[in-house]
Ligand binder design. Structure first.
Ligand SMILES: Nc1ncnc2c1ncn2[C@@H]1O[C@H](COP(=O)(O)OP(=O)(O)OP(=O)(O)O)[C@@H](O)[C@H]1O
Ligand SMILES: [Mg+2]
Length: 212
């Protein structure tokens, strides 16, 4: 067997085995769903399985529509907050319904899910996340801002590098989210920057995509 076949096989077999994991979660969700008290959690598990399958490529990827992708990422992080008993986030998405993005929906869902998840994980009380867009001369600018504690100043210049994290207890396994965001945005010839709000608390991430 040559090397490319081997890597195909390992990719295929990974998808196969992850689908088995999803199968177990789906069965458990069905069981939970039979008890009224656990219905919301069952629904959250089922949505997470659908997202996982989409990321794996087991479900066809649609044309990337920014508003839809943002809504999916909001649902994903809201499910996380419920399941992890985190304070709920209030999202305000001011995204026109007709903005298309280059490339694949699953890439962009990873971008927004990682940005929203970081804000949700860092907040100690219910908070707010705003998503806004601006279009100028065909270029698209998307901002995601929150009202959390903001990014520590010393972290700001290197926050997109891998393994930069303030998370405790996950030795070496944290600090990937923003690196993934940066890599995906660059893949589509864009750039992403991080800053803190000038007024009040909170972080602001700005994604710039040049005209296509
Ligand atoms: N919205 C935010 N507010 C404040 N700090 C943030 C925010 N987003 C990211 N950070 C800081 O940047 C660090 C790096 O974020 P990144 O997503 O790359 O890694 P992580 O969240 O720590 O771990 P992982 O994403 O791999 O689970 C975080 O640990 C946190 O300190
Ligand atoms: Mg993260």
């Amino acid at each position: 067997m040559d090397e490319s076949n081997e890597s195909d096989l390992s990719h295929e077999s990974l998808i196969h085995d992850l689908n088995n994991v999803f199968e177990t979660i789906t069965e458990a969700a069905e069981l939970l769903n039979s008890d009224r008290r656990w219905k919301p959690l069952a629904a959250a598990l089922t949505r997470s399985v659908t997202r996982g399958k989409r990321l794996l490529g087991a479900i066809p990827d649609g044309t990337p529509n920014l508003a839809r992708i943002v809504d999916d990422a909001i649902a994903s992080v809201t499910d996380y907050c419920v399941a992890a008993r985190k304070p709920r986030m209030r999202f305000s998405s001011r995204v026109p319904s007709d903005i298309r993005l280059p490339g694949s929906s699953k890439d962009w869902e990873r971008v927004f899910a990682n940005l929203f998840l970081n804000a949700a994980q860092i907040m100690r009380k219910p908070g707010r996340i705003d998503i806004e867009t601006q279009i100028a001369e065909g270029a698209l600018c998307i901002t995601v801002s929150d009202n959390g504690p903001g990014i520590p100043q010393d972290l700001l210049p290197r926050v997109f590098r891998p393994n930069v994290s303030t998370k405790k207890g996950a030795a070496g396994r944290s600090g990937l989210g923003l690196h993934i965001v940066d890599s995906i945005v660059k893949k589509y010839s864009g750039r992403v920057s991080a800053a803190n709000r000038e007024r009040g608390n909170g972080a602001v991430f700005t994604i710039f995509l040049p005209p296509v």
